[in-house]
Design a protein. Structure first.
Length: 135
């Protein structure tokens, strides 16, 4: 498994809009700015994510057949969680385990792997927006 910094840089390079890459890289790499950078995913994930990589988005796609097939294929892949929630931030585990941890939190998070990212916005009254991006 790559180091946290390497995984974050790869995530930014692959899945973040060009206009947001530099700022997010700066914020995530500076401890005093990290929380602010992660906090951006709470309500503005769609503004940060490159739409070209998003294959699923919505508040209920985790119950769709396509997502079930994705989890079956990638559930054991080693992943990193980044989140403003200090209990989640920088945890590493399989996708299945990461998804369980993230599902129990109301805060935003991004599960990062080599070929995909699963971004979850902060829980809202109309559901929790999620985005599955792939290379």
């Amino acid at each position: 498994m790559m180091k946290t910094e390497e995984m974050e840089k790869k995530f930014i390079a692959a899945f973040i809009r060009r206009s947001r890459k530099e700022r997010l890289t700066y914020e995530l790499s500076h401890p005093e700015k990290r929380y602010r950078g992660l906090e951006r995913f709470c309500h503005t994930a769609e503004e940060l994510l490159d739409p070209a990589g998003i294959i699923l988005k919505g508040t209920g796609f985790t119950h769709m057949q396509l997502f079930a097939e994705f989890m079956k294929e990638h559930g054991k892949d080693e992943c990193l969680i980044i989140s403003p929630d200090p209990l989640l931030d920088q945890c590493t585990a399989s996708l299945s385990e990461c998804f369980c941890r993230v599902s129990m939190s109301a805060d935003a998070s991004v599960i990062i792997a080599d070929t995909f990212a699963l971004t979850t916005e902060e829980a809202g009254k109309h559901g929790t927006m999620q985005y599955l991006s792939v290379l």
